[in-house]
Write a protein that binds this ligand. Sequence first.
Ligand code: IMP
Ligand code: MG
Length: 171
Amino acid sequence: MSELKVLFTRQQIAARVAELGAQITRDFAGEPVTLIGVLKGAAIFLSDLSRNIDLDATFDFISVSSYGNEKQNSGEVKMVKDVDQSMEGKNVILVEDILDTGLTLSYLKKILEAHKPKSLRIAALLDKSARRIQPIHAEYVGFEIPDEFVVGYGMDYAERYRNLADICVVP
Ligand code: IMP
Ligand code: MG
């Protein structure tokens, strides 16, 4: 683990997540929201973000598999676990760890739009916009990052390092 280099400290993450939560609270002013976390990477971000949102909020989780482990993403996305309830008429915020090629969120957005939500927005902790294949925009972004592989704060490399409190770069 000593070869990992810290990119964002736990304090930097906490400060930025608090700002995102405050922004969401202002944007939805008094309306209920449903946060949908993309398992497993977004679990920690969702738990911190939700506690910075001062609105009536519910959680749901979705799980997709991207056919390819570790650093490679083949580009194909398959639903492993869908939402438990219909999102019809709800203010849905899809909560994701990283917006990378955009394939995962484009796929999920299409599926959720079919539920006819009242609104559908994306909150991504990190955005690697240089890697985008599918044009997709997140309304709430924690940090823009360069094309590097990162772990920690929920994010993994072959399922390891999710429990690191800081976000680190894998060399
Ligand atoms: P997509 O390429 O935008 O579809 O992103 C797919 C998924 O790849 C993200 O949700 C992350 O789980 C994962 N991913 C992309 N870049 C990284 C990284 O640097 N570290 C860990 N996971 C990543
Ligand atoms: Mg993910």
